[in-house]
Design a protein around this ligand. Structure first.
Ligand code: UD1
Ligand code: UDP
Length: 373
């Protein structure tokens, strides 16, 4: 694979580069919380390239202020040019609404390229709408595989990677997965854009800690997030997770995803050692991760952020796509068995330093360079 030179995130380096005269319109499709964070990193660099116009299309998959607007404000993401307001629904209903809306925007805008992120229904809808109109499609965070077809995200990733024209892989495991599927020719290893984001905001959070700190916490606490369908839609699984949280005897801070909040309100009671709060903004989430002892999660993004910030992670799923985080005991995959979660809380201690498996924090520059050259 060709080695891609690093481009710094400042505008000056980009402006000196040879693609000064390119005129290119790119439609970026986002819709869910993690995509705002990923797109923020790339948009910042992409929009600094003279001649590039980015049209930001928000599908409206996430719409609560603390699931959407807060990220646009905090991360200085430009207002979306279009918000389809697709909202919630079954997979088919939600995806169909998005497909219809995205197609109309693409027909009107006639972009040179379309870019999608990750593995949500917004990703799938953006990918299908683009390829059916024969528009070149780029996929950021390509090649992730859980090999678990019961996960909606796995279907979304596999389909998106198969139809995309250029694949930006965050890890060498992702590159290997794409190679196995015969997609090596269109694959580029770029590193992870979420690593770019953490590095970009780390100083701000450290320097203004009092602005982002959550009050009333003891010195030692665990940070939890749970939102995967297999954990929230199956009451037995959520019950076993709550039993583990209760039996840990530790203070657990848990910003609760709206999907999970619905289930908790319906039937399940929270243990008294769990501090369940509304979803927080990205910068407060970074503060919480930097200051907790360990992370308990089923989130893809948070597994990585724990690793980037040097916090041991317990992944409450049956597998992880982020195999690099497992090395040297930084991450333990437990499933939902109460005893296994408890055991992992007390025994997850890394045995060696972390590796730079997620690139050099310049993924957005590499992606921009490939997209615009
Ligand atoms: C989606 C993605 C998942 C990603 C997660 C990030 C799919 C299939 N899943 O899951 O891969 O990890 O986003 O957070 O695309 N809801 C609200 N307010 C909102 C958004 C959602 O109340 O702003 C509630 C609704 O009841 C909705 C439920 O959450 O039905 C689930 O939302 P949805 O976007 O379908 O899936 P997520 O679980 O958020
Ligand atoms: N996150 C956040 N506030 C929260 C919970 C999570 O800003 O209350 C951030 C988290 O730090 C990470 C991203 O959201 O950057 C992960 O999103 P999520 O867990 O919803 O989705 P996944 O990564 O599993 O697809």
């Amino acid at each position: 694979m060709t080695e891609i030179p690093v481009i710094r995130e400042t505008g000056s380096c980009l402006q000196d580069c040879c693609f000064l005269l390119i005129t290119m319109k790119i439609v970026t499709v986002v819709g869910a919380r993690p995509q705002f964070i990923k797109a923020a990193a790339v948009s910042r660099v992409l929009r600094a390239v003279p001649g590039v116009q980015e049209i930001l299309l928000h599908t409206g998959q996430h719409y609560d202020a603390n699931m959407s607007a807060v990220f646009f404000k905090e991360l200085s993401i430009p207002e979306p040019d279009v918000n389809l307001g697709a909202g919630s629904g079954t997979h088919a209903v939600q995806t169909a609404r998005m497909l219809e809306g995205i197609e109309a925007v693409l027909l009107e805008e006639k972009p040179d390229k379309v870019m999608v992120y990750g593995d949500t229904n917004s990703t799938l809808a953006g990918a299908l709408a683009a390829v059916k109109l024969h528009l070149p499609l780029a996929h950021v965070e390509a090649g992730l595989r859980s090999f678990n077809r019961a996960m909606p995200e796995e279907i979304n990733r596999v389909v998106t990677d198969r139809v995309a024209d250029v694949l930006f892989a965050p890890t060498h495991t992702a590159v290997a997965n794409l190679k196995t599927e015969g997609l090596e020719a269109v694959t580029h290893f770029t590193g992870d854009v979420m690593y770019d984001s953490v590095l970009f905001y780390l100083d701000q959070v450290s320097q203004h800690a009092s602005r982002y700190a959550l009050g009333g916490l003891p010195d030692h606490f665990l940070l939890a997030t749970i939102h995967r369908a297999e954990n929230t839609d199956e009451p037995g699984n959520l019950n076993r997770i709550l039993e583990a949280f209760a039996s840990s005897g530790r203070t657990i801070v848990w910003p609760v995803h709206p999907r999970t909040r619905k289930t908790l309100t319906d039937s399940l009671k929270l243990p008294s050692n769990v501090n369940a709060i509304d979803p927080v903004g990205y910068l407060q989430m970074l503060w919480l991760t930097m200051n907790c002892d360990k992370v308990l999660t089923d989130s893809g993004g948070l597994q990585k952020e724990s690793y980037f910030l040097g916090k041991p992670c317990i992944t409450i799923r049956t597998e992880t796509e982020w195999l690099e985080t497992l090395h040297d005991g930084w991450n333990t995959v437990t499933g939902t068995d109460t005893d296994r979660i408890l055991e992992a809380i007390s025994s997850t201690y890394p045995s060696a330093a972390r590796h730079d498996a997620f690139g050099d924090g310049q993924a957005a520059g590499k992606i921009t360079r490939i997209l615009t050259s």
